[in-house]
Ligand binder design. Structure first.
Ligand SMILES: NC(=O)C1=CN([C@@H]2O[C@H](COP(=O)(O)OP(=O)(O)OC[C@H]3O[C@@H](n4cnc5c(N)ncnc54)[C@H](O)[C@@H]3O)[C@@H](O)[C@H]2O)C=CC1
Ligand SMILES: O=C([O-])C1=[NH+]CCC1
Length: 315
């Protein structure tokens, strides 16, 4: 028997992933993914096992990146009905293998990876698609993704105003107190969204929370939730009047209720904008519909493992 796999907990993952390092690696992964087999990314659309009795889902997300020579699978669970406020709605573990031998090298907390890589990809989309004069950021939702998006966006952009709305007003207030920055708590989603230049929807809603009538023409929306084919965050009006970008066309067309139910055509993947084969239209109202990709977890997990290997004596 060889060495036992490393167990890398959330606090180490937190320290190893900073946005300025993560973002360029994810840009490269998105480009490689969109190049098809030439890009050396092998990533099937994830398998989802519904746990209907408990309104939960288990997702299995394997990927290999030849450029990074990294092989992982993430296992993620997400539950609509939280039985305890102590248990996050989304939990995840990433297994990292030695691609040369198949040996399991590390079992890595996947929750922080999921929160941070998703926000980092939204930053990439926003750099490409926001208007040059964007000043107001609005976040709908106050959970884990709302928090990682707040941190990533306030680090990577200079917004004059940041607003938040959450279904439970108390949670929005608690969010604002916890982050400590200047943030306007809004009492309705319409109030939060009106006049915003960049919007993040990060809710567990299965019905639209963002309506096209409220959205300023030319705004950019990062739609993070509604990852099931019968779930929505955005209404038909918004979907039909935007230019639509995605992380993976294949996955989005299968998993995103906002796309499946509105039947709107996808303009491009982010990787196609980054490699210049398709054009970004930042003056239009744009939606980046994110469903989340395994390759994002792969490059993040490799970064975590490399950091852990370099620092393990001091951990
Ligand atoms: N695109 C991607 O790569 C990823 C997407 N997600 C999705 O992002 C969304 C947020 O995830 P987390 O922040 O981890 O969840 P969370 O449970 O930490 O937060 C969920 C938020 O949604 C709100 N919410 C729940 N039901 C709602 C409703 N009917 N209307 C309005 N707000 C409602 C809650 O109050 C809370 O603020 C989920 O839909 C999740 O599946 C999560 C991970 C990756
Ligand atoms: O990419 C991901 O890990 C997820 N997307 C939606 C739920 C979890």
């Amino acid at each position: 028997m060889g060495d036992m796999p490393a167990f890398i907990p959330a606090d180490v993952v937190e320290k190893s992933l900073d946005y300025p390092t993560l973002i360029p690696l994810l840009e490269r992964a998105l480009i490689n993914f969109s190049m098809g087999s030439e890009g050396g990314v092998v990533q099937p659309v994830r398998t989802i096992v519904p746990v209907a009795k408990h309104r939960g889902f288990l997702g299995v997300m394997p990927a290999y990146s030849a450029v990074d020579d990294a092989l992982t699978t993430k296992v993620v669970t997400f539950y609509e009905n939280k039985l305890s406020s102590e248990i996050p709605s989304h939990q995840a573990t990433v297994l990292l293998f030695d691609p040369a031998t198949g040996v399991l090298k590390a079992v890595i907390d996947g929750k922080v990876i999921t929160d941070k890589r998703t926000a980092a990809v939204s930053v990439i989309a926003t750099k490409l698609l926001k208007s040059a004069h964007a000043e107001v950021l609005c976040i709908l939702g106050s959970g884990a993704q709302a928090l990682s998006h707040y941190h990533a966006f306030t680090q990577e952009f200079l917004f004059k105003e940041v607003r938040i709305w959450s279904r439970t007003g108390e949670n929005a207030k608690r969010f604002a107190e916890a982050v400590g920055g200047k943030i306007l708590v809004c009492s309705t989603p319409q109030e939060a969204v009106t006049g915003a230049d960049v919007i993040v929807t990060a809710t567990m809603s299965t019905q639209p929370v963002l309506f096209g009538d409220w959205v300023k023409p030319g705004a950019h929306i990062n739609a993070i939730g509604a990852c099931r084919p019968d779930w929505r965050e955005l209404d038909d009006n918004l979907m039909k009047n935007c230019v639509l970008y995605v992380d993976s066309k294949e996955a989005a067309a299968k998993e995103s209720g906002d796309i499946v139910l509105s039947q709107v055509e996808i303009k491009a993947e982010l990787g196609e904008l980054l490699n210049g084969t398709k054009t970004a239209l930042p003056d239009k109202t744009t939606v980046f519909k994110s469903v989340g990709m395994a390759i994002e977890d792969t490059v993040s997990a490799k970064l975590v493992y490399d950091f852990w290997t370099m620092n393990k004596e001091s951990e």
